[in-house]
Design a protein around this ligand. Structure first.
Ligand code: PHE
Length: 358
């Protein structure tokens, strides 16, 4: 057997015997490294006769290739084996029943936001977000609420120390600043909803200093009041699960919409019992309107070409109505008994297909 063949047999045996990636790498260095055995053999070629040099050179090159290939193949095998072992050790039996102690509850606020997102998502709205600490201009100015506007007082704003690039810092009093951020950041058309926390200095059975709203905004060339009405009627009926729910649009005023409306749904209050649906009473649930052209212009959108509609819904309010929760303050008391009573199973993910009313 020639030297090269002996070397080959030895090296391939060592590759075969390596049982860890580290051992395999040691063999690689020993065979193919700068100071490795094959490299050392290559260095002796100069001393051979031209004829021997050619044949030995070829044999060594072939050996180099074969050893490298064997190492690579072994490496791949080892990686596969490692993955298989990992998969085996992390095996989970998904058919096992859930353990009672792992049960948790989804808060009605989270559940309601999911319901609203799934209804409007189905209609083609995407979800947008914005910061809870806003600059004055985003929360008020750009929305056509100038410095001396009475709406500022109605909002009972929490001002914060400091000034941003766009005015005094405030905890946003509504989700409407997300309209501004959405319009400033992109090009129309827009079709977004923005759920999130909002803050006003107010506290009683129907108000909390921190609460949630969902804002809706649609901007396009031919959007009109009919689209606004259709969207919101459909939304109310799907959310409350009443197919023929009466929905009424009552003229109102918001500085950022023109014309503006408040939306009422039908209900009955007979014998002290409150029920949503056909009846002789109405209940206000949200504010809306056609985006004021001044707001579009403030965001650099040509109001002679584009128009839109917007709406804002109080999440706590519609959650209280749907799930019969009498006091808004209880949402934030972290009382486990309350959560067990009003909370939802983690597996009740709301969807238009699966049904929204667990
Ligand atoms: N931002 C208004 C509020 O907080 C609600 C609203 C949003 C009204 C969008 C009209 C259009 O009361």
């Amino acid at each position: 057997m020639s030297d090269t063949e002996t070397l080959k047999t030895d090296l391939l045996a060592e590759v075969e015997a390596a049982s860890t990636l580290q051992e395999l790498d040691d063999v690689r260095v020993k065979a193919l490294g700068k100071k490795g055995l094959i490299t050392a053999q290559m260095k002796t070629l100069g001393k051979l006769s031209p004829q021997d040099r050619k044949s030995t050179g070829q044999a060594l090159n072939m050996l180099k290739g074969e050893v490298a290939k064997a190492i690579e193949a072994k490496q791949a095998d080892m990686a596969d084996a490692e993955l298989n072992a990992k998969l085996l050790s992390e095996k989970v039996d998904v058919t096992l029943p859930t353990r009672p102690e792992s049960e948790g509850y989804i808060h009605p606020i989270s559940q309601t936001i999911e319901e609203v997102v799934s209804i409007l998502g189905e209609m083609g709205f995407g979800v947008a977000e914005g910061p809870e600490i806003e600059d004055d201009w985003y929360n008020f100015g750009a929305l056509n609420i100038p410095d001396d506007h009475p709406a500022r007082q109605e909002h009972d704003t929490f001002y914060l120390p400091g000034t941003g690039e766009h005015g005094r810092k405030v905890l946003r009093t509504h989700t409407s600043p997300v309209q501004i951020r959405t319009m400033m950041a992109g090009k129309p058309p827009f079709r977004v909803i923005a759920p999130g926390r909002t803050y006003r200095c107010d506290y009683d059975a129907t108000h909390s200093p921190m609460f949630h709203q969902v804002e809706g905004l649609v901007v396009d060339k031919t959007v009109h009041m009919g689209h606004l009405k259709g969207t919101l009627i459909e939304f109310c009926r799907a959310y409350f699960g009443v197919e023929d729910l009466p929905v009424r649009f009552r003229p109102s005023y918001f500085p950022f919409t023109e014309p503006s409306a408040e939306v009422d749904i039908g209900c009955t209050r007979e014998g002290g019992e409150f029920k949503i649906g056909h009846g002789d009473s109405w209940l206000e649930i949200l504010g809306c309107g056609m985006v004021n052209p001044k707001v579009l212009e403030n965001c650099g959108i040509d109001s002679t070409e584009y128009q839109g509609f917007a709406f804002g819904v109080g999440i706590e309010r519609i959650a209280m109505l749907k799930y019969g929760i009498p006091d808004l303050r209880t949402f934030y008391e972290s009382d486990l008994r309350w959560l067990r009573h009003y909370g939802f199973s983690a597996l009740d993910v709301p969807s238009m297909v699966g049904g929204l009313n667990p």
